[in-house]
Design a protein around this ligand. Sequence first.
Ligand SMILES: C[S@@+](CC[C@H](N)C(=O)[O-])C[C@H]1O[C@@H](n2cnc3c(N)ncnc32)[C@H](O)[C@@H]1O
Length: 316
Amino acid sequence: MAAPDRQSQRIGNPVHRPVLLREVMREMELSSGLTVLDGTVGAAGHSQKIWQKIRPDGTLIGLDRDPMMLAYASTKLRSDAADAQRIILEHASYADAASVLESHQIDQVDRVLLDLGLSSDQLASDDRGFSFQATGDLDLRFDPSRGHPAWKMLQNWSETELCEIFEEYGEERYSRRIAAGIEQHRQENSKPLRSAKELTEIVLRSVPSSARQDAKKHPATRVYQALRIAVNQELDHLRQALDETLPRIVRPGGRALIITFHSLEDRMVKAAFRGASWQTTQTGPSKALKPISASPDEVRLNPRARTARLRVAIRA
Ligand SMILES: C[S@@+](CC[C@H](N)C(=O)[O-])C[C@H]1O[C@@H](n2cnc3c(N)ncnc32)[C@H](O)[C@@H]1O
């Protein structure tokens, strides 16, 4: 198994619970010998189950932009050394899956899974800044070896740019006030706004008290989502995957499954699956048009599943 497991020595057990696991397994229609790409392998919650269905002759390719998550995946999937050569783990974006497959002499795959967004293990790492209360640097990069951390970008973006980012990627109602709050902090402080906790405090000071009392969603949720999307250029990766990568790598009759967590991504997936490259699944109602959501039982056990939407399409 090609696995960057430098960090596996210092990680504990993953805390992430895979969402819509039963539904993903049902819609994948797996059998032994298939080749499956998990483009967002994370802590391998889905991949471990997928591997059990396609082993011993199948091939599993797991990609992640975050080396820490690959270390989790490696630890979890490495349990059976006899099978391990047929599990490939690579540090790459799913948008670049075609070149990863090519480097392993794999032309096309039977199934692709993308489970977008953030893992609970990333959220739990205090030094990554993904959580509202993190005291470490506000980094927010999936891949800490590339690009710039969010706290640096917060120094560079103008108030207008910040407002646009919060509006466009967070659909945040109070973008203008929050951008103004950050600008005021920059004017009044010589030190940069560096921790997640500080940003959360600014958001809480900037929004009206009615928004602070919404028990369902923390008032900073949309700001964090927007910054994370901007810092990681998440929609560019998804656009490239939908327009080029997936139509190229999924064999005719193969399936693509995508789980999204907010409407911006879900709208993109829905539009792409309506295109000429894809058919809807043959059984049941049109899955590309009607997404699959988590059951009330799953949401009770895992509140993160509340906003998850799974769409499935068959390569034409
Ligand atoms: C929701 S988690 C996946 C969880 C996984 N399905 C499981 O059950 O353990 C999403 C993962 O996708 C990764 N990720 C985000 N954007 C990516 C991209 N463009 N390419 C590859 N991985 C990406 C994140 O680092 C994170 O580990």
